[in-house]
Design a binder for this molecule. Structure first.
Ligand SMILES: [Zn+2]
Length: 214
């Protein structure tokens, strides 16, 4: 079951008050429409009834998919005690547990897990695509506005590297990356029960840490 509550909100544009509904938890299985709105990010989009301006509000949210066995905690803060106490039993049931700090990370993470692939593989694929863009296409790192996971089909991950004026897609076979992760499982270990934040910063921190020790 999903849960929500209403809050009084002051429009950042016209300053008038109105009531919005924010979700505290979404269960993808029992509420397929909320699953869809989470995946698209529309769940966080609100519209002021007075001045009609649309804007995004990121509120803390627990998103769970019991069928695909993952739970994502959307929050800028570390997991609360209440959530941490859930971690162990969920981990034992085979859930992948993650924290996301932004709506963009959150929607991408749902897509990755729904495609049945590892987000660690996805982060490696995004990193490789970025490097490929810089090295062999003479791209300028400063021009890259985002590196996004798109989909995985038949063991091939599609990654989009975007700049202001164009986007390039890269097709990355996942088997090679899975092998790389297996071969260096210590490096790529993520402690599930601590709701790790697996994103590009996390991946880069792994490389930086090991460089420092070398
Ligand atoms: Zn307004």
């Amino acid at each position: 079951m999903s849960t929500s509550h209403d809050i009084k909100y002051k429009c950042p544009y016209c300053g008038r008050d109105f009531t919005i509904t924010v979700y505290d938890s979404v269960n993808a299985q029992s509420d397929p429409d909320l699953r869809e709105r989470s995946l698209s990010g529309d769940l966080f989009r609100h519209s002021c009834p007075h001045c009609k301006t649309d804007f995004m509000i990121q509120n803390p949210l627990v998103y769970s998919d019991p069928e695909k066995k993952f739970l994502i905690w959307l929050s800028n803060e570390e997991a609360t005690d209440a959530l941490a106490s859930l971690a162990k039993p969920l981990d034992q049931q085979g859930y992948t547990l993650r924290r996301c700090g932004t709506i963009q990370e959150f929607t991408e993470k749902i897509q990755i897990f729904e495609d049945g692939v590892s987000d660690i593989v996805a982060e490696l694929a995004k990193y490789d695509s970025f490097i490929e863009f810089i090295d062999s296409r003479n791209g300028n790192p400063a021009d890259v506005t985002s590196v996004e996971y798109q989909k995985t089909e038949d063991g091939v991950m599609k990654i989009n590297v975007r700049t202001d004026d164009k986007g390039l897609s890269f097709l990355i076979p996942t088997a090679m990356l899975e092998e790389e992760i297996r071969a260096q499982s210590d490096r790529y270990e993520a402690e599930n029960t601590s709701f790790p934040r697996i994103n590009s910063d996390w991946l880069i921190s792994l490389f930086t840490e090991s460089d420092g020790q070398a």
